[in-house]
Design a protein around this ligand. Sequence first.
Ligand code: 4AD
Ligand code: MG
Length: 477
Amino acid sequence: MKRITVAELLSSQNFLQDVTVKGWVRTFRANRFIALNDGSTINNIQCVVDFENTDEALLKRVTTGAAIAIKGILIESQGKGQTVEIQVKSLEILGDSNPEEYPIQPKKHSLEFLRENAHLRIRTNTFSAVMRVRSTLSFAIHKYFIENGFYNFHAPIITGSDAEGAGEMFNVTTLNLTNIPKTEEGNVNYSKDFFGKITNLTVSGQLEAETYAMALGKVYTFGPTFRAENSNTTRHLAEFWMIEPEVAFNNLDDNMDLAEDFIKNVISYALQHCKDDLAYLNDRLLDEEKSKPVTERSEMNLLERLKFVIENNFKRVSYTEAIEILQNSTPNKKKKFQYLIKEWGADLQSEHERYLVEKHFKCPIILFDYPAKIKAFYMRLNEDGKTVRAMDVLFPGIGEIVGGSQREERLDVLKQKIKDLNIDEHELWWYLDTRKFGTAEHSGFGLGFERLVQFTTGMGNIRDVIPYPRTPQNAEF
Ligand code: 4AD
Ligand code: MG
């Protein structure tokens, strides 16, 4: 008989039918009730064993984590807490799980402990819920763009360019590191390397996406990106996934409209399609908050926060306005910020972003028109000559979730910028070609996928929303 998933069984009204179900034991109570989970849903199906007529040795092997197959009859549940259950006719152990050794016992484990067991943590309610939400969000993102006339574009992962100009890149090389070929001047001779030049893992697919937008009109990338920033925070990974739409003929206002509509759309899709998982995560967070002092608890629960984001406009605020607010803010005056805001031009730290979002505006905001000095070379210079058409979307609890801009489409202005920043113009010849041949206004942004998953699931640490996190000193699994 074909196996039926737990999700299908739990929504079935087809009582008294014979069914086969396979999964992993979550708990086994009173030698009678097996809670079985197969990953199709956060919910378990209860399987009731007739223990008097079942081999005792077999029942001993029904331990947490064991894989089993059950044949039985689907009936309306007699007990509380579930609508259907299975009356077990036969039970087969597919794979034992020694309870002395299996780390994931039916009790509360710390997130730190589970991180060390990332290959097994997916068998817990929390992680299976997070990863189902992650999968749903990923689908929603592709769906949103495809339905809105975008083409999916696969940016190269190995590249010679540093899109963000931040220099935080992982080199890609096949050179023998114990015997590095040198040039006459004593530098590394990359002409002997695999690609004949210095290459790295991409920090962003944007520059390549721009070339495609200038032909296909609307494109988006959704791929892994790599940053060798040595930041051990709850919001940074060395390997993360980024979604980067790029649209020809869009200006910054269009770009902000797109970012806002897109984020609202995918969160709303998750709310509709991950009801059970989000309800579980909502309760998990409420439980976690109980251990915090009352003043530090959030005003809204997870589900309320998600609805709030969907139903309210993101407030659009210029950088200049934000600096004024920050300068006059209590934590700045009382020197509570780690980095005090002294003057226009200061780079915003996450403490400032979170003050603006969580304390001042109390809603998601889009900051725009940042000083040119603190932003990347490709952003369009404003008439004032000192600000650029940049935008960052800031979210409560997360800080920056999106970074984007209108791009500098004027060849002469772009070249001057490249020169001022000492970037090698020859490396960017192909990028500059887009400004030589049929240049036009265009804009795009990058959404950090894990930060979106963090916001949607309420997980506090970014390492808990990606299957196998890569962070400084950590590449296990
Ligand atoms: O602001 P960023 O650096 O922007 C870019 O890379 C642009 N090229 C995007 C574009 O215009 N096409 O990064 C975009 C987003 C950030 O807002 C953040 O959400 C996420 O990527 N991000 C990270 N997420 C996890 N770990 C890191 N180390 C991240 N660095 C950036
Ligand atoms: Mg940024």
